[in-house]
Design a protein around this ligand. Structure first.
Ligand code: GTP
Length: 413
């Protein structure tokens, strides 16, 4: 029924990844896209950076104890202890800053700044605690790896910081030892995890962005699908409305009347309540058209439709069933009650002129009313009401005629 979908909707719009992600930085070339990606990861980045900072602060404090045990309360211990304390406070202050302003975590500059400040502490250790040189080198190796892998940070920022760490550690060792093997070995040991970390983090960054693009494409496709469904539902509603509404007057049409009649008729029979139907036809409507033109006639039909919507009860249903012919279904009303309602309507119509152009046009109408007999269908009921209407026309119009029950002799006006 719907026919073929417009081809624009079925086209895939996947942009190949290599064109959009820089091979060295692992970031989107398009700055706005990169920003959108980072914003989409903010909650995760924030939570991981906070955890990393708290852990880092805890380690800085905990290691005061081994420093003391190894050095005692000598000046170099106090240098280290103050460095540790100040740095731990700085780390915790950053956690608080992230809590207040999460966007600070977005670009990774703060974290990498802290890493830059943190490294000299380890460089110092080479001079102040030479007996733990190997341990210190091991710690720097771990930090080099963590820079890239532990917290999600950008390789473009982590790489220079890692280089700083590698150079500083190498210098620290070169200045505090004469053993060439240790000097060269340390340089190699601190550089290696940085290179490995860079390669792994770069790959991860690319994968994350690839997933992000796919997710966005999926969301776009989903949104398009939802829009399409909404468009079709609206179209379906519109079609249904057109199928059951008379476009000129906005009243229900015959089809809608038949549907409601089926329901009301079943209900009336279940409850042993009366159900009546009136056929109403405008008198000498041809003259209205002849005098005021077809548009003038339409305006009058419209006004009658509006009056129908205003005048009957909510349970009643007025429908336009022909050119200038209307049907009114009146549940829970016998033929006399329905006749009285229709008489009021006809009187009101006769007393209410419609303005066409600058002229007041008065129309009258004739109605035939019939009460449904047990088991009587809509067509038969309409035919009986129509017969009464015909009698009304014959008798001079502008009146209501009640149809006798099926099979009895004559109608009454
Ligand atoms: N403007 C307009 N006229 C319509 C429409 N549908 C039917 N008509 C006109 O309604 C008129 C009906 O004329 P007739 O059936 O002869 O009946 P009448 O002139 O109302 O006379 P009686 O019904 O005998 O009182 C015709 O002129 C139709 O062209 C419509 O949608 N708009």
């Amino acid at each position: 029924m719907w026919g073929a979908m417009p081809s624009a909707h079925s086209e895939t719009r996947v942009v190949p990844l290599p064109e959009r992600v820089s091979p060295l930085s692992g970031e989107f070339v398009d700055a706005a896209l990169e920003q959108a990606f980072r914003e989409s990861t903010l909650a995760r980045v924030l939570s991981q950076q906070r955890t990393g900072l708290v852990l880092w602060a805890a380690l800085m404090i905990v290691f005061v104890v081994p420093d003391y045990l190894a050095l005692g309360a000598v000046p170099s211990f106090w240098v280290l202890a103050v460095y540790r304390g100040v740095f731990a406070l700085l780390l915790l202050a950053t956690v608080e800053a992230f809590r207040r302003k999460p966007a600070l975590a977005l670009h990774g500059h703060l974290l990498m700044g802290l890493a830059l400040l943190g490294y000299p502490f380890f460089f110092l250790l080479y001079g102040l605690r030479p007996e733990i040189r190997s341990f210190n080198t091991g710690a720097i190796m771990v930090i080099q790896l963590m820079l890239f892998l532990f917290v999600p940070v950008r390789v473009t920022l982590a790489a220079p910081v890692a280089l700083f760490g590698a150079v500083g550690a190498t210098l620290g060792v070169w200045l505090t030892t004469t053993e060439v093997f240790v000097k060269v070995g340390t340089a190699f040991l601190v550089a290696l995890p940085a290179v490995l970390g860079y390669a792994a983090a770069l790959r991860q960054q690319k994968t994350e962005r690839q997933e992000y693009l796919l997710r966005r494409q999926l969301q776009d496709a989903n949104r398009e699908l939802q829009d399409e469904v909404a468009r079709r539902v609206a179209l379906q509603d519109e079609l249904e409305r057109h199928a059951s509404t008379d476009l000129l007057t906005g009243l229900p049409n015959r089809r809608a009347l038949a549907e409601r009649f089926a329901t009301e008729s079943a209900r009336a029979q279940r409850r042993s309540e009366p159900l009546s139907l009136a056929m109403l036809d405008l008198d000498h409507f041809k003259r209205v058209n002849d005098t005021h033109g077809h548009a003038g006639g339409d305006a009058v039909l419209n006004a009658v439709g509006e009056m129908c919507l205003r005048s009957f009860r909510g349970v009643d249903m007025a429908a336009r069933v022909g050119g200038e012919e209307f049907a009114v279904m009146l549940p829970d009303a016998n033929v006399q009650q329905a006749g009285a309602v229709m008489q009021r309507f006809i009187d009101q119509l006769a007393a209410t002129p419609t303005t066409v152009g600058n002229q007041a046009v008065r129309v009258t109408a004739t109605a035939g009313v019939a009460q449904q007999q047990p088991g009587e269908d809509l067509n038969v009921l309409m035919a009986r009401a129509d017969a009464a209407l015909y009698i009304g026309k014959q008798a001079g119009r502008n009146r209501v005629v009640l149809a006798p029950p099926a099979g009895s002799a004559s109608a009454s006006g």
